[in-house]
Design a protein around this ligand. Structure first.
Ligand code: AMP
Length: 223
């Protein structure tokens, strides 16, 4: 049975970073809908260019577009052993569509991880975040102008400016937090404390995934 993992949590909770670590460790593809959209903008894909205005304002892209992107991505063979979804679902309608898709594709159960970080830490983390324009590595405000991994230029994501960060957090509370209630009752739902050093978060996440997976396979259900 595949390890089908969803990472929930506010913007800035560390979902992307932890999903990368986990993907490397478990040999699973990380599927970040934000990365897919940003790549689409670079490639000048019409659907992504339409989404760009919303992204730049910190608003959500419409459900139909996002569900179509994920449907296409989960139909590829590299997800047979599982996947890590980062940034999807972000609304209850997306979560319902994902359940249907998982059913249709004969996958399951979903392991749902909520990475929890207090709100006051999130603005600080996001507004200080820098991203390598070449390789996408995350960095902080004290890292200087160059990426420690590849030497590329560190830049700020347009939607990490403080006023947009506040809007993204509002959107999270309004649209995405209800997801936690949607999933909470499932036996494969778990929270992880994201307010620790990244290697400690990674360790807690690792143990938590194994625990949720064993419950999921015992239950043998599309949890
Ligand atoms: P992220 O990199 O996950 O923070 O996503 C960046 C931006 O892409 C978000 O602020 C949204 O505008 C858009 N986006 C990414 N994933 C989704 C999604 N599942 N639903 C709606 N919008 C999304």
């Amino acid at each position: 049975m595949g390890l089908n993992i969803i990472m929930l949590g506010a913007p800035g909770a560390g979902k992307g970073t932890q999903a990368d670590v986990l993907a490397g460790k478990r040999g699973l593809p990380k599927i970040s809908t934000g990365d897919i959209l940003r790549q689409g903008i670079k490639d000048q894909l019409p659907v992504a260019l339409v989404a760009k205005a919303k992204m730049d304002r910190g608003e959500l892209v419409d459900d139909d577009t996002m569900i179509a992107i994920v449907r296409e991505r989960l139909s590829r063979p590299d997800v047979n052993a599982g996947f890590i979804l980062d940034g999807f679902p972000r609304t209850v309608d997306q979560a319902r569509a994902l359940d249907r898709l998982i059913d249709e594709l004969g996958k399951g159960p979903l392991l749902v991880i909520d990475l929890v970080v207090p709100e006051e830490d999130l603005v600080r983390r996001l507004a200080g975040r820098r991203i390598c324009s070449k390789c996408g590595e995350n960095a902080g405000p004290d890292d200087g102008p160059a990426c420690r991994r590849c030497g590329g230029e560190l830049t700020q994501r347009p939607d990490d400016r403080e006023e947009v960060v506040r809007e993204r957090l509002n959107v999270y509370v309004r649209s995405t937090k209800p997801l936690v209630d949607f999933y909470r009752a499932r036996p494969t739902f778990r929270t992880v404390n994201g307010a620790q050093a990244p290697d400690l978060v990674a360790r807690e996440l690792d143990v938590t995934i194994d625990d949720a997976a064993s419950v999921g396979s015992r239950a043998g259900m599309g949890a």
